[in-house]
Design a protein around this ligand. Structure first.
Ligand code: XUL
Ligand code: CO
Length: 439
């Protein structure tokens, strides 16, 4: 079998003092943090699309990256070579999971029939490689946004034929995900949104999106796919307004359409930023609603207004993310999927390794800092104290639903001289810094 990364050996943990850029400084898969190993906590996944098929294209420039596994005139040969490169990469990186869109793995054919047959064939290749390496599928999905047929949407297209076509692709993607033992299935609605309300039947589009998701739930039950369904929110890009805008919007949508018992949420860091939220905000909101399912681990650049999908290297952010994830009891069956791409200028194969090492180390360090923070209980004690007025007296009566405006009106007349304690934001930020620096 062709070796695609001959100069790179397996990346191992050497510790923070090593200085070897092709070793982990913090990610030590078997190290126990609290009740689990790092590997069990973090459940890292490689994104097939960025890592294998990413070419460094942007709005102003063509491909800056040529991968050897893509240099075949027959697209099915390229798809097989790509699969081999993917598993070699995961093995060398010690990444246990991968995620893919149908079209990342196998090329579209001239007809739908051909496209589905290509997928079946490559699914066999993937299955063999998974059996040989022990690597697992975190989630599968169908790409319902790149091809021009989806220009007006997929499940929310004004064309019923496009709706049907998209359904056929999800049907096959679900079958393959099941066949490969996928632990989740993701819906990211890149074109499920609108450019202008002047041409849009908003009600029909939202109803149709819900109909489509119900069909997927029904079909999963029919074929015995027991993985977790996930929706991945994003506010915009490519559309001006995307229907799965953010966690709050998705929670409302799922409840409105009676889908909430079937779906959790896959939160992507830079999608949170694009929605005007922090990553932690989205994770927290999902967690308290019981729908934190999985994470697309990346980061954006606040100076750029688009989805840059950079590797997550900001330890402050990874710490706060792991703080939420640990309080969620982990992510399983979800994981941390690097929906992240090397910069256009980082065009050499070795950059793929540097990038994933940087992301894995940043999350490993964030895990340790978050664990230390939680163990100390410093934030939780402060928060408990801050809200202590709701554990006795009138606060307890409010929480227990024992009082209304009449009773509170009478109470407030007697208690209108109120003194409030400090919120201590700066103190709490320095506590967080101490755990990041010392854990
Ligand atoms: C796009 C994005 C997608 C989804 C899967 O912004 O994040 O790659 O993760 O379709
Ligand atoms: Co994503």
């Amino acid at each position: 079998m062709t070796v695609y990364f001959p100069e790179i050996d397996k990346i191992v943990y050497e510790g923070p003092k090593s200085g070897n850029p092709l070793a982990f400084s913090y990610y030590d898969p078997q190290k126990v943090v609290g009740d689990k190993t790092m590997e069990e906590h973090l459940r890292f996944s490689m994104a097939y699309w960025h890592t294998l098929t990413g070419q460094g294209v942007d709005m102003f420039g063509s491909a800056s990256i040529q991968r050897p596994w893509e240099q075949f005139s027959d697209p099915m040969e390229a798809a097989k070579a790509r699969a081999c490169a993917a598993f070699e990469f995961m093995e060398k990186m010690q990444i246990p999971y991968y995620c893919f869109h149908d079209v990342d793995a196998a090329p579209e054919g001239a007809t739908l029939k051909e496209t589905l047959a290509n997928l079946d064939q490559i699914a066999e290749t993937l299955k063999d490689l998974m059996a040989k390496t022990g690597k697992k599928l975190l989630w599968g999905t169908a790409n319902l946004f790149s091809h021009p047929r989806f220009m007006h949407g997929a499940a929310t297209s004004p064309s019923a034929d496009v709706f049907a076509y998209a359904a056929a692709r999800v049907k096959k993607a679900l079958e393959i995900t099941k066949e490969l033992g996928g632990e989740n299935y993701v819906f990211w609605g890149g074109r499920e949104g609108y450019e202008t309300l002047l041409n849009t039947d908003l009600k029909l589009e939202l109803d149709n999106l819900a109909r489509f998701l119900h069909m997927a739930v029904d079909y999963a039950q029919e074929i015995g796919f027991t993985g977790q369904f996930l929706i991945e929110p994003k506010p915009k890009e490519p559309t001006k307004h995307q229907y799965d805008f953010d966690v709050a919007t998705v929670v409302g949508f799922l409840k409105t359409y009676d889908l909430d018992q079937h779906f959790k949420i896959n939160i992507e860091a830079n999608h949170a930023t694009l929605a005007g939220h922090t990553f932690q905000h989205e994770l927290r909101l999902a967690r308290i609603n019981g729908v934190l399912g999985s994470v697309d681990a990346n980061q954006g650049d606040k100076l750029l207004g688009w989805d840059t999908d950079q590797f997550p290297t900001n330890i402050y952010t990874t710490t706060l993310a792991m703080y939420e994830i640990l309080q969620n009891g982990g992510l399983a069956p979800g994981g941390l999927n690097f929906d992240a791409k090397v910069r256009r200028g980082s065009h050499e194969a070795v950059d793929l390794f540097y990038a994933h090492i940087a992301g894995m180390d940043a999350f490993a360090r964030g895990l340790e800092a978050a664990h230390s923070l939680l163990l100390s209980g410093e934030l939780e004690e402060f928060i408990a104290e801050r809200y202590a007025s709701y554990t006795s007296g009138v606060g307890e009566q409010i929480v227990k639903g024992q009082v209304g405006l009449k009773e509170l009106g009478a109470y407030a007349l007697e208690h209108d001289q109120i003194t409030l304690p400090s919120g201590r934001q700066e103190l709490l930020e320095s506590i967080l810094n101490r755990h990041i620096l010392q854990a």
